[in-house]
Design a protein around this ligand. Structure first.
Ligand code: BLA
Length: 662
C-alpha cells in the first residue's frame, strides 16, 4: 500500500469522477417512475420495471400510451388535472409534490407524486403514501424550526446552532444518527456535530477525505438538495427502455427523489454498517459547504412530506450560511477598503518605502499571515517573519511559474516546491495575487506551519487496490476505525473570503505603488542629473577661478541674438558686474566698452561668426566705479548644426601691459 505514483492516484480519482451517477438508469424499489413526452399528449416514453405495483399496469403496457387515453382507466381525469398542475409547478420550481386522488385505486394506500423536468420531458415519480409519519407532526416540527431559526443569532456559524438543527432533523426523521459534516478548503470533511442513538457509532471530530465524495456527486448535490437511500440491500429497479428515446442516453435523474445510488457508495455504507441514509446539502452561496448526513442501522423510508421538510431545512440553513459569509465578506471588504483608502491618501505625499511601512503590517494582519512580500516592478519588499532573501527569490521565481489570472493559494508549499521544506516553520502556505499589467507586480502572503494531528475515519489508503492488469482503483475502505495522521509542513488553509480579499487588494495596490515607484524613480533620475550638473558647474568654477581674467561661453543664436551662457566669477573683478547679471543680459558687459571701441568690437565678432575664425580683440572699458581698463578677448568659435555659433574664450586685463607700452 502507499507505493502508487501520484499519476496512478490521479487516474484512479478521475475514474471515480467519471461515473455518471445522475444517469444511473435505475430507481429504488419503494417508488415507480414514468417519463412523459413534453407535448400535451403526455405519451409514456420510459417506465420503471415495477410500475405494476403502483398503477396495476406493467411497463410494457404503459410505454407508448398517453396519460389521458389508455392510462386514463388508471389515472382518471381528476388525477390527470392534478398531474398537469404539478407539471406547471415543476416548470417554475424545478420539482413539485402532491397527492393523487385515483378513483380506480380504492384498495391500498394513496399515491404521492413527485414531478420534475428532465431534458424537457416530464418525469412522474410515484410512491405509496404509507409511511408512518403523521404529516401533522412534520408541520409542528417545521413550526419549531422556524422559531429556532428566527431566535438564533445570525452572525456566526456557531456549533450550538448546528446542534439545534441536528436535533431537529433527528426528531423530525427518526434516524439513528444525524451528523453535520463540514468541508474544509481542500474538500476533506469533518463531523462537527453528531446526534445519535446509543447503538450508532460516534464519528464526532473525525475527518473524511475528499475522495469519499467525488466531484460529480458534489456538483449534483448543489442542485438536488436531499437524497434518500431507503435500503442498501434493496435491489434497484431498472427504468425501461434503458436509453431514453429522445436523448439516446439513460434518463437524467438530477432532480429525482428515487434515483438509485451508486454501487460504490452503497458498498461504502455497507462497510460502515449503515442500512439507510438521508443526506441534506448545506450550501454557502451556491457552493457545497457541508451536509447533514443521516444514518439508520436498519432499512428506513421517509415520507415525501418529510423529504420536502428536509429540502426546506437545506434552504433555511443554506440561506443562513450565505448571509454569514456575506456579512463576514463585507466586514473584511471594509478592512480592505480602509487599506486602499490609506494608500490613496499616502500616495501623493509619501515615498513608496514610507507607504509600505504603513500598509504592509495591516495587509499582513488582514489575511492572518506571518509575512507579506509586495513585489513592485519585480522588486520584493518584505515585512514580517519571512525566509532569507535568497530563499524568497527562489520562492518568487517558482511562484511566477504558477501565476495565472486567478489568485494562487497553497497551504502545503513543500509538497509542490521542495525547497520550501527548509522554512516550513515560517512559510508553509502561500497566497499570491495575479500579476498586474505586464510588470511583475504582485502581493504574496505567507503563513507559518500549523502542525496538527488529524483523526481520520479509517485510512483511505487501504481502499486503493491494484488489479491483475496493474491499474489502480479507489474502493471504499473496509474499516472506519480512527486512524491518526500528523500533519507537518502545512499552514491553515486560505478561505474563499481571504482569496477574494487578496483579489480585491491586487486590483488596487501593487499597480498603484508600481506607478508611484516609477514616478519616484523618474524624480530620482532627475534629481541625480541636477546634482551632477551642479557638481560639474562647481568643478568648472573652481577651475576658472584659478585662471587669471574671465572664462566665458558666448552664443549667437541662428536668429543673430547674442547671449552669454557662462561667465566665470572673475568678471566681477574685471567688469564690476556680477556673473548672474552678465548671463542675464550680455549688454551689462558691452555697455562698459568705450563708445569709440564698440563698433570694431561688434564687427570683429560678426566676422568671427561668419568665418568661424579665431577671435581676438582689444578694447577699453570703463567700470561702474569709473576705472578705465584695457581688455583683451580671445575665443575659438564653433559652428553648430542649427546655425548657432558658440565661442569659448577668455577676457584678460591687459591695462598694465598697455600702460607699459605707452
Ligand atoms: C457519495 N459519499 C457520498 C455521499 C456521502 C459520502 C455523504 C453522499 C451520499 C448522498 O448524498 O446520499 C461519504 N458518507 C460519507 C461520509 C460520511 C458518510 C464522509 O456517512 C460521514 C459520516 N466513495 C468512496 C470512493 C468513491 C466513492 C473511494 O469512498 C469512488 C471511487 C464514490 N461517493 C461515491 C459516489 C457517491 C458518493 C459515486 C455518489 C452516490 C450517489 O449519490 O449516487
Amino acid at each position: 500500500m502507499g507505493n502508487f505514483s501520484q499519476q496512478q492516484l490521479d487516474q484512479a480519482l478521475r475514474e471515480c469522477a467519471a461515473e455518471p451517477i445522475h444517469r444511473i438508469g435505475n430507481i429504488q424499489p419503494h417508488g415507480a417512475l414514468l417519463v412523459l413526452s413534453p407535448d400535451s399528449q403526455r405519451i409514456v416514453l420510459q417506465a420503471s420495471e415495477n410500475l405494476a405495483g403502483f398503477l396495476e399496469l406493467p411497463p410494457e403496457g404503459a410505454i407508448g400510451q398517453h396519460l389521458g387515453h389508455r392510462l386514463g382507466t388508471l389515472i382518471d381525469a381528476a388525477a390527470s388535472i392534478q398531474i398537469e398542475q404539478l407539471i406547471e409547478l415543476a416548470s417554475a420550481e424545478k420539482t413539485a409534490v402532491g397527492k393523487l386522488s385515483l378513483a380506480r385505486k380504492k384498495t391500498g394506500p394513496d399515491l404521492l407524486a413527485h414531478v420534475y423536468l428532465s431534458d424537457g420531458m416530464v418525469v412522474l415519480e410515484l410512491e405509496h403514501d404509507d409511511v408512518v409519519q403523521p404529516e401533522r407532526r412534520v408541520a409542528e416540527q417545521l413550526f419549531n424550526l422556524q422559531q429556532k431559526v428566527l431566535l438564533a443569532e445570525a452572525d456566526s456559524e456557531t456549533l450550538a446552532y448546528f446542534e439545534q438543527i441536528a436535533k431537529l432533523v433527528r426528531t423530525l426523521t427518526g434516524y439513528d444518527n444525524v451528523m453535520v459534516y463540514r468541508f474544509d478548503a481542500n474538500l476533506d470533511g469533518e463531523i462537527i456535530i453528531q446526534e445519535r442513538s446509543e447503538t450508532a457509532p460516534s464519528y464526532l471530530g473525525l475527518h473524511f477525505p475528499a475522495s469519499d465524495i467525488p466531484p460529480q456527486a458534489r456538483r449534483l448535490y448543489e442542485i438536488n438538495l436531499v437524497r434518500v437511500l431507503a435500503d442498501v440491500a434493496a435491489a434497484p429497479v431498472p427504468v425501461l427502455p434503458v436509453l431514453n428515446p429522445a436523448t439516446g442516453q439513460p434518463l437524467d435523474m438530477t432532480y429525482s427523489a428515487l434515483r438509485g445510488i451508486s454501487p460504490i457508495h452503497i458498498e461504502y455504507l455497507r462497510n460502515m454498517g449503515v442500512q439507510a441514509t438521508m443526506a441534506i446539502s448545506l450550501l454557502q452561496n451556491e457552493r457545497l459547504w457541508g451536509m447533514i448526513v443521516c444514518h439508520h442501522l436498519t432499512a428506513k423510508k421517509v415520507s415525501m412530506a418529510t423529504r420536502e421538510a428536509a429540502i426546506l431545512i437545506s434552504k433555511v440553513v443554506s440561506a443562513r450560511l450565505s448571509s454569514i459569509e456575506a456579512l463576514e465578506q463585507s466586514r473584511q471588504a471594509n478592512k480592505a477598503n480602509l487599506i486602499v483608502g490609506k494608500l490613496l491618501k499616502l500616495i501623493t505625499t509619501e515615498t513608496v518605502v514610507a507607504i509600505l511601512d504603513q500598509l504592509l503590517p495591516e495587509m499582513q494582519a488582514l489575511l492572518d499571515a506571518t509575512a507579506i512580500i509586495m513585489v513592485i516592478d519585480g522588486k520584493p519588499h518584505v515585512h514580517g517573519e519571512a525566509p532569507r532573501p535568497e530563499q524568497i527569490n527562489a520562492l518568487l521565481t517558482w511562484l511566477a511559474t504558477q501565476a495565472s489570472s486567478e489568485v494562487f493559494a497553497c497551504d502545503y508549499l513543500a509538497k509542490h516546491f521542495a525547497p520550501a521544506a527548509e522554512y516550513a516553520d515560517i512559510a508553509a502556505g502561500a497566497l499570491m495575487t495575479p500579476f498586474a499589467g505586464n510588470q511583475r507586480n504582485t502581493i504574496v502572503w505567507l503563513r507559518a506551519e500549523k502542525p496538527r494531528t488529524v483523526h481520520w475515519a479509517g485510512n483511505a489508503q487501504k481502499g486503493i487496490v491494484q488489479d491483475a492488469s496493474g491499474s489502480v482503483r479507489l474502493t471504499p475502505r473496509k474499516s472506519f476505525e480512527v486512524w491518526s495522521e500528523s500533519w507537518r509542513g502545512r499552514s491553515a488553509p486560505w478561505t474563499p473570503i481571504e482569496i477574494g480579499l487578496a483579489a480585491t487588494l491586487a486590483l488596487a495596490i501593487p499597480e498603484g505603488l508600481a506607478q508611484k515607484s516609477r514616478c519616484e524613480q523618474a524624480n530620482e533620475t532627475r534629481r541625480r542629473a541636477e546634482t551632477a550638473a551642479r557638481a560639474a558647474q562647481q568643478h568648472l568654477e573652481s577651475l576658472t577661478a584659478a585662471v587669471p581674467g574671465v572664462v566665458y561661453q558666448f552664443l549667437q543664436t541662428p536668429g543673430g541674438e547674442w547671449r552669454l551662457t557662462y561667465v566665470s566669477k572673475g568678471v566681477e573683478e574685471l567688469f564690476e558686474v556680477t556673473a548672474e547679471a552678465a548671463c542675464r543680459d550680455h549688454n551689462a558687459l558691452t555697455e562698459c566698452i568705450l563708445p569709440e571701441d564698440r563698433d570694431s568690437h561688434r564687427e570683429s565678432i560678426e566676422a568671427s561668426a561668419k568665418t568661424l575664425g579665431f577671435w581676438a580683440h582689444e578694447h577699453r572699458i570703463r567700470t561702474r566705479s569709473g576705472k578705465l581698463k584695457w581688455v583683451r578677448g580671445q575665443a575659438q568659435p564653433q559652428g553648430k548644426d542649427d546655425g548657432s555659433v558658440l565661442w569659448n574664450g577668455i577676457l584678460s586685463d591687459i591695462t598694465e601691459r598697455k600702460q607699459a607700452e605707452e
